[in-house]
Write a protein that binds this ligand. Sequence first.
Ligand SMILES: *Cc1c(COP(=O)(O)O)cnc(C)c1O
Length: 398
Amino acid sequence: MTAFIEAASPHVMNTYGRVPIALARGQGCRVWDVNGKEYLDALGGIAVNTLGHNHPKLVPALQHQLTQLIHTSNYYHVPGQETLAEQLVARSGMQNVFFCNSGLEANEAALKIARKFGNDKGISRAQVVVYEQAFHGRSIATLSATGNPKIHAGFTPLLDDFVRVPKNDIEALKQATEGNTSITAVFLETIQGEGGLHPLRFEYLQQVRQLCDERGWLMMIDEVQTGMGRTGKWFAHQWAGIVPDVMTLAKGLGSGVPVGAVVAGPRAANVLQPGNHGSTFGGNPLAMRAGIETIRIMEEDNLLQNAATVGAHLKAALQAAFAGEAGVKEVRGQGLMIGVELAKPCGVLVQRAADAGLLVSVTSESVVRLVPPLILSTAEADAIVALLAPLVKAFLAE
Ligand SMILES: *Cc1c(COP(=O)(O)O)cnc(C)c1O
């Protein structure tokens, strides 16, 4: 047992139910706690640590940046913004980028774009289509867009900007918006992350793209978790062969350095004008360097391919390990974003896995989520299965 911190810290606000472990250092896909116990990191800081820990190419680049500039403010040009924006535009086929610091900030900006896009057309109360089980963040606007009543509880009134629909049902989307001239955008996750690893079908994404074109709506995709190579392509919507009008990024973009981005296509690129939006920290030189180096190292080390092949290997190995196990409903996901859905709530597995030396999370109560660094090796994938499978089987037998 590694029960180091027995109770919540008295001076840190009690917003998380934490596992009683304090991590001290990491190397690759391994981390060590303050007592020296080793863990295989299949959580990657919740899909953030794209390059794992203490990456030998990333750390020296960030060290160098610290000696140059950390922060300057957006009153001046930040050359790294132009470099990172150009790289995101090149890989997405979109047009320009706004930089911020987190996922909810990127989504908040996207929702402002949806409102302003409507306002510019004379729509005074813009409405945005969102999804059941969606997760977009914890600010008032983004929690209102989120589909989980537990996240709403205690924070009403919610914004009434949203029309909520079930996923993968184009007829339901058409019906819910019929005759509603206030709709300006559809906002979706390609694979719902926090909501339980639910993919939107490629065909459905194509249908939404077509409907948005027909109706003059913005197609806005929250790639905060699925983007930056997580699924084996730069952005998960690329599997469906579509291009959105607005895409939000954060988690994996800076390999652990906080950075968020809103990427806009031609229909959304000029909606925000000087004075409409801003961020003090957004796009600072350190964050930009982290994003630029993340992309450079991902390409040098072929990590999109690695995410695709090691992810496919991991998924197949989990499916094999749980074949015939009635308590395992499904192993699903794409690339290194994998969920194992059990037939009963399994939050206790987070602690048990940690005790066994494996970091995972449980989302949506009954889905074990694996979002390891994109540098994961096949041997490490096998080690994840070897640690996780017996725990899950024992839990299901209880
Ligand atoms: C994590 C997440 C967010 C929120 O990101 P924060 O950086 O925590 O604000 C928003 N959308 C999706 C899809 C996410 O996975």
